[in-house]
Write a protein that binds this ligand. Sequence first.
Ligand SMILES: [Zn+2]
Length: 460
Amino acid sequence: MPHVRITAGLVAGLIAGGAFAAPAAPAASAAGPDVTRHQAQIDKIVAEISPKRIESYIRKLVSFETRHTMSETESDTRGIGAARRWIKSELERCGAGKLQVAFDSHIAPVSARISRPTEIVNVVATLPGTQEAAKDRLYVVSGHYDSRNTDVMDATGKAPGANDDASGTAAVMEMACVMAKHQFDATLVFMAVAAEEQGLLGAGHWARQARANNLNVAGMLNNDIIGSSRADDGRVDNKQVRLFAQSIPATKEMSEAVRQLVATGGENDSITRQLARHVKEQGERYVKGFKVNVIQRHDRYLRGGDHMPFLEQGYAALRFTVPNEDFAHQHQNLRTEDGKVYGDLIDFVDFDYAAKVTKVNAAALASLALAPAAPKDVKVRTAGLTNDTTLVWAANAEPDVAGYRIVWRETTAAQWEGAKYVGNVLEATVKLSKDNYFFGVQAVDKDGNVSPATYPLPLR
Ligand SMILES: [Zn+2]
């Protein structure tokens, strides 16, 4: 096939139902539910995200002067203890009766960045899913509420952390408060975590507990430094956000699952990359004129974030961060040198920009939590030499699943280029060569909510 952009229309008629195909459906429903139309609920959520409230949250967080993980905890107006009690009370107030708000606490022993045993406290607000078959599927969104100075061990000096990461914490609080007024099939977990700067300790604790308790975390979005639109050279870019998406964690040993992925060229189709595709598509659908710029690596050089412990536990996890950074405004003591202002001050935060990134998050989370799970046991038949592609998969458990959708792209493309609804079947054949395209299978519910895609492993 020539190098052309594949569209659903171009290949209409190239799809043949497989062994489990239902009798021919009437023409009106052959295309399945409309997966491109806006969901009214998501439009409403995106519209409700408020730059003014995000500003007020950031101002309040900055007012605690420092939120260093080892700062004081007794005061009601200064330090990390006051900050986390305020975050918790605010979430309890706005999510009354809907959000389950709790501290998730553990004692971190002395380590490279912890000078004395320290209580590390995450503030976790859970919005339980309402569909029996989906409520055990979790989507986590986080920001870290701790802050730091030039010296990461300085627990007393002023560290406003307005952008890093009051902005991400404010985004999480705003989403929790707005989304608590709505219902979702799956469960949403809004998390303000501590000790990111001391070594990702709060997120690491939660992610390890999640794995130990076999929690189905189907996706995690980390918001860290999402509030500034101005680069160090003065350029302003308020029309995009970076989304860092790792392929597969760089472990010493390759798991069998990863080996199978790499063996078939699927390293760009890991669960994290599938999540990134979904977040980009949904985020850009609902936030007009705003680009989600997927960066295919785990994070920036010399930096890390709270998505990394989730990646280490085998979960799909992504990091949002601003398009351009000004390093004079991160991890710096407040000071002026040669007329240049250093420090993470609220003056450098663009609240409208932070709200746009929050809207992208909210749209992605809402679409994920309304949609069915990504299909399981997706396989491509490879027993014989053929020039088409037969995919099989297991049935989803959700009662509102209408059917399944096969998506594909050329092997060098980043986002899906073609799609075909195949109905409520568990096998279908596409008249395109499995050797020349990457395929995925998505589940679609009756309202047109579509899951992320699952990559097919070979079935011999
Ligand atoms: Zn940070």
